[in-house]
Design a protein around this ligand. Structure first.
Ligand SMILES: [Zn+2]
Length: 334
């Protein structure tokens, strides 16, 4: 959820590098990444849905799960195969029925080829893979992997619940509504999520993770029409001048959607952003819990002493640094 699908070309890699070096990896400077804020919030809140047998371990590592909720976005341009895991362009397929768009990866890949699937995004399939990986990590009692994959899985689930992650028109670029992606998933939570009710109840076992992943993207896709239509209607009514305003952030004046326009839009969406965030929190908790059950409910108190060693931390810092380095080698997608 909550980040834009920027295309890279050679000339902006340096800017991206600067962004990653300054914003993503250390203290936020420049424009805050509210998308990052929402991902972190979702992973954090999901911890509190877990049953007593799990909650101790997850609470102990809640800072890790929060901070690393955005790893998949940090590495999306650096790690081959990462980018398509965050979205699916459902409208790229003339027919999305089960037979036309198989719900299992193997069948879908046999029908379309992995390259075509990657082109249009693979988030619902990738959630299934991450679910399998997390279950395996629980079986292996591997605390480090449990935390790492829990953080990642939370990210992909949150992305799957964002309407603009289910369409080719992901930033309103096909309908003259450029900027709507960040508006919906960053600006609106930034302004209004403190009033949201995030009590979603206890995590529940998911009988079919495959169905749940697909339901999430189809539900998000059903909300897409309102996302685009209401923004257009308000723009027509209000005009460009009242639509935008300026805000100073860290000494830099930035053009943003005005508070008034944002509020009108948010009102018109009638709790949609809140619903999608709540759905994400619930689904993340449900999936973490399901993986633990499917692994035979291992005793997590035995893992409770786990702490990252200095070596672990060093390895992680190195890995993040390598995402940066590889950015320079990304080929242009233009
Ligand atoms: Zn993402």
């Amino acid at each position: 959820m909550f980040e834009q699908r920027y295309l890279i070309n050679i000339s902006n890699q340096v800017i991206l590098l600067f962004f990653f070096a300054t914003v993503a990896f250390s203290h936020p400077v420049g424009r805050p990444q509210w998308g990052f804020f929402a991902h972190k919030r979702i992973n954090r809140l999901a911890v509190f849905t877990l049953p007593p047998e799990m909650v101790g371990f997850y609470k102990k590592h809640i800072e890790y799960l929060t901070e690393n909720a955005v790893n998949p976005d940090r590495r999306r341009y650096a790690v081959v195969g990462e980018a398509p895991r965050h979205f699916i362009d459902l409208d790229a397929y003339p027919d999305t029925s089960k037979t036309a768009l198989p719900r299992s990866w193997n069948q879908a890949a046999a029908q379309y080829g992995a390259d075509t699937l990657a082109l249009h995004g693979i988030v619902p399939w990738h959630i299934q893979l991450a679910k399998f990986q997390l279950t395996e990590a629980f079986k292996a009692r591997n605390a480090r992997r449990i935390l790492k994959i829990s953080a990642d899985l939370g990210h992909y689930i949150a992305d799957a619940n964002v309407p603009l992650h289910t369409t080719r028109n992901y930033n309103g670029q096909l309908t003259g509504q450029q900027g709507i992606h960040g508006f919906w998933e960053s600006r609106l939570p930034e302004l209004f999520s403190t009033d949201y009710d995030f009590f979603v109840g206890a995590a529940q076992y998911v009988n079919s993770p495959q169905k749940a992943a697909w339901r999430a993207v189809f539900d998000a896709h059903m909300a897409l029409d309102s996302v685009l239509r209401f923004e257009q209607e308000l723009t027509d009514q209000w005009g460009q001048n009242r639509k935008y305003g300026f805000e100073e952030r860290n000494g830099v004046t930035t053009k943003v959607y005005s508070d008034e326009f944002s509020r009108k839009y948010h009102d018109r969406l009638r709790g949609q952003v809140e619903r999608q965030m709540r759905a994400s929190v619930k689904m993340v908790g449900d999936f973490w819990y399901t993986c633990w059950v499917d692994a035979g409910q291992p005793d997590l108190t035995k893992l409770a002493d786990f702490d990252e060693t200095a070596d672990d931390q060093k390895a992680e810092t190195e890995e993040k640094r390598s995402w940066l380095k590889r950015l320079f080698n990304v080929r242009s997608e233009d």
